[in-house]
Structures are given as C-alpha cells and as structure tokens.
Design a protein around this ligand. Structure first.
Ligand code: SF4
Length: 468
C-alpha cells in the first residue's frame, strides 16, 4: 500500500519506535521567538547543556516587540525589555541566528521562516508557538511545541512525538470571486467544529489548493491548529520549488538539484490510505466572518447572527448564548449591519505581501469610515520594504490606516497594546477568544479584503460589493 505525504516525512525522520504510537523523530529546524524561546534557551544554559546543532536553530523578535515606528528594545509589556535583551544575549551565546530588531530579515516567525527559505519540503520544524503548522504549506512537517520540548529539541536534535492519524481535506472546484484561503479555513472549521481535526495531521488537497499561491497556502495551514489538528500540510509542487529558489537558506547549485529530486517524491501515493477524508465544494464558500468567540462560530458574511434556539443541543445553545453576550450581539441581526470600532490587518495568518496587495486593491481611492481605528502591520521587515517599494504604504496611509513596523502586534494582547474595552474589531488574525486582542475586546475574524472593505464601510462588509 502507498504512503501519504505525512507518512513519508515521518518515516524519513524516525530515529526509534518507542512505546505505542510514540516515536523519536529527528528535528531538522528549531525556531524560537523572544517570548517562549528565550525561556528554553535560558533553561538549557542553566542546566549546563548546549544547543546541539546551532546552525539549525533560528530566533526572531516578534511577539512583544513594539510595532510603532522608531521602536527600540522598550515595549509596553511589563518586563518586555528584559525578555528582548535576554533573548539577544542567549542567542549570541548559543551561537544561533537571531533576526533581531533592525535586522532586514526580522518579522513574525511563521512569515520569515518561509521567506528566508528556512522551512523546506520534507523537513521537520518545531517552534514553541501554536501556529507553527503554517509552515506545512511548503510540504514540511511543522508543529508547535512547549518550552520544555523546545529545550529537548535544542539539546538533542530529536523529540518524542505521538503519531497522529491522517486526514485529507479536499477543496474541490474553484473559489468564487472575493473568496480566499482565509474563507476556506473558516468555512471548514465552521462546518466541522474546532474539534474536527483533533488527533490528525491534515493534508490540504484538491483543485482549489493546487491553485493557491504559496502565501495563501500558508494562511490555510496557519489555522489547522484552530481545527485542533497536529498540523496541516500541502504537497510541494512547482509553485513551492519556485517560491524557495534563491532564498537565503535554500540549497544552491548541486545541493539544490539533489533537494529538488527528493522534494519531487513528496506527494501522497495514489493508493495511500487516509484515516479520514473531508470534501468541501468551493462553490459553496462565501466571504466568511466570525460572529462569536471561537473560530467555529463563523458564517457567510451575508448570514444573520444565529439564535441559541436553533442549536443542535443544550450545550451548543449555551455556548452561543455566552458568545453573543460577550460579543454584544442579538440573534437575527445581519452580520453586515454590525458596526465596527477598529480594523486590523496583520498576524502570521494574513500579513504577507499578497495580503497587503489584495487589501490595497479594496482601499485604493477610498477612506476608512469616521471613528474607525485602522491598523496595518506587515508580517516581516521584508514584506514592509517590498510593500513600500510598490507604494502600498501610501495606499494604506491615504485611506486612513496606521502603517506599522513588523511583528505580532495586536494579534494578541501580550504585545502590551490593546483595542479598548468592548471595542469591536474586524481582524485578519486567527483567534477570536475572549480578550484575545485586549481586555473585553470583541474580535471578528475575516480575510484581509473583508477587513479592508469593513474599515471603509464602518461595519462588517461584503467585499464582493467592493469588487464589482
Ligand atoms: S501573529 Fe499572532 S498567532 Fe501569529 S505567532 Fe504572533 S501572536 Fe501568534
């Protein structure tokens, strides 16, 4: 019987079979950031251990660095400066590459790893951050770990991992206009719940996935963890190879040819068996927006806020009731009638150049509605520079957006900056949990184009009206 893509990468990295479904896997890359990575590095040093393969370990400053222009080590996070400086000294003494503040390669870990060619097809990559699954878009096995696992991976170059089951999600057909990768993943999670991918490594497949450019595949895989999956990945193809060619850490010359020969084998065999298959008809996907406090509480933008009375069972009704109370919404209200206080474009989900280009197409010649605070945070310093080189910063600024330095920023509150209490934010991020973007903030997840359209409309908007 053939093998799935996941099984091929797993087998190639298996050092030993341990008890049950647990294996010891070889880890090709470890990526750290200043929030959790610094803890792992310090703990390793305190234990008198060394980083085993420093040339395979990378670190960035993204989570708590300020994103306002003219930033320095100072942040709004209590103790943040110490985190940043400790990360810097620990990275230097460990001999690992740090994408520091001011480095042209700095940015959000899941944006810069592909951008630098650090993640590659067939490799295993771990990072103490849940959205590491994003990087599966290049055909890698990438997943989030805890700080103590990071310490183990740093010291030994291996990790004990429980083998997940395999799930293939086929996105069949073509995406309608105004619909993109963010809508695909929100649609999937809304249809199958946030628990739908629990225990699985997901291979995203089908005609619509093959059509997606690499940056959009990164968006798709980014939210596999919101589906409770171990990871998500896409079989590498010519688009992936072309994307990687010439990037700073991609192989060169003869090594490139050898890598390419291996990468071309990285696809699920025709007779491979998946433990589960989900099929999604892309014609049924609309621009999708969350209305509640979980990514599964999302609907087509043309829908109404649901009623707890229509829920499948009492537990679901209670969950909707609680979400609506937090979000300050009542059943039956049209999503497009909900006014917003703020709009945020950024995060490892949707802050790449293609996201900014798409949002700028909506914003060009338009203004953000009065009273709406709008912020754009490019995902990396390279994305920011490339966007500025083609004038996208002017489009955002002239429309009324703040234009920031790269980092996680207000994707989450740990950056120290927040939207106000009970402020309603339409956001291109991946989590809409209570107080995710600040105490009592109300987050609606959406694609960057829907965020841009909503910023202009001053309410949740259907971007298709802006594309006509
Ligand atoms: S952008 Fe948000 S989700 Fe992504 S790594 Fe940063 S804090 Fe986490």
């Amino acid at each position: 019987m053939g093998k799935t893509l996941f099984e091929k990468i797993w087998t190639d990295h298996q050092v030993a079979e341990l008890e049950g479904d647990t294996c010891l896997l070889y880890i090709d890359r470890v990526f750290l950031h200043e929030r959790t990575g610094s803890i792992a590095l310090q703990s390793l040093e305190a234990a008198g251990r060394k980083v085993r393969n420093p040339q395979q370990v990378f670190c960035t400053m993204d989570h708590i660095v300020d994103t306002l222009p003219g930033r320095s080590d100072r942040t709004r996070v209590p103790g943040g400066e110490a985190f940043i400086q400790t990360t810097r000294s620990a990275s230097h003494s460990a001999g690992i590459k740090l994408f520091d503040i001011g480095d042209p390669g700095q940015g959000i870990v899941h944006v810069i790893s592909p951008e630098q060619g650090i993640v590659q097809p067939g490799c295993t990559l771990v990072c103490p951050d849940s959205h590491t699954c994003s990087q599966g878009a290049l055909g890698a096995l990438a997943w989030g770990i805890g700080s103590s696992e990071a310490e183990h991976a740093l010291a030994t170059g291996t990790l004990r991992v429980n083998r997940p089951r395999t799930l293939r999600v086929d996105f069949e057909g073509r995406l309608p206009p105004g619909v993109g990768a963010k809508d695909m993943i929100l649609h999937l999670i809304a249809a199958h719940s946030t628990a739908g991918g629990a225990g699985f490594a997901i291979e995203f497949a089908g005609a619509a996935v093959r059509e997606l450019e690499i940056e959009a595949r990164l968006t798709l895989c980014n939210m596999a963890v919101e589906f409770s999956a171990f990871t998500g990945l896409v079989a590498p193809d010519r688009k992936a190879f072309d994307y990687l060619r010439g990037r700073p850490y991609a192989p060169r010359g003869r090594a490139w040819e050898q890598a390419l020969a291996y990468w071309r084998t990285l696809r699920s065999d025709d007779d491979a068996r998946f433990d589960r298959i989900i099929r999604i008809d892309c014609a049924a996907i609309a621009p999708t927006v969350s209305w509640g406090t979980s990514p599964q509480q999302a609907s087509a933008v043309s829908a109404q806020v649901p009623s707890p009375a229509a829920a499948a069972d009492a537990a679901a009704a209670k969950s909707i009731e609680r979400a609506l109370a937090y979000m300050g919404l009542e059943p039956g209200r049209r999503l497009t009638d909900i006014p917003i206080d703020a709009a945020f474009i950024g995060s490892c989900t949707n802050s790449r150049l293609s996201d900014l280009r798409a949002a700028a197409r909506v914003l060009r010649g338009r203004r953000v509605a009065a009273g709406v605070k709008a912020i754009c945070v490019p995902g990396s310093s390279q994305v920011k520079a490339a966007a500025e080189a083609e004038g996208l910063d002017r489009v955002f600024i002239e429309a009324g957006f703040e234009w920031r330095e790269s980092g996680c920023s207000m994707c989450f509150y740990a950056g120290g900056e927040s939207f106000g209490r009970r402020q309603r934010v339409i956001s291109s991020t991946n989590r809409n949990f209570e107080s995710r973007q600040g105490p009592e903030t109300r987050t609606h997840l959406a694609s960057p184009v829907t965020v841009a359209a909503s910023a202009v409309a001053g309410r949740i908007a259907d971007v298709r009206e802006f594309l006509r």
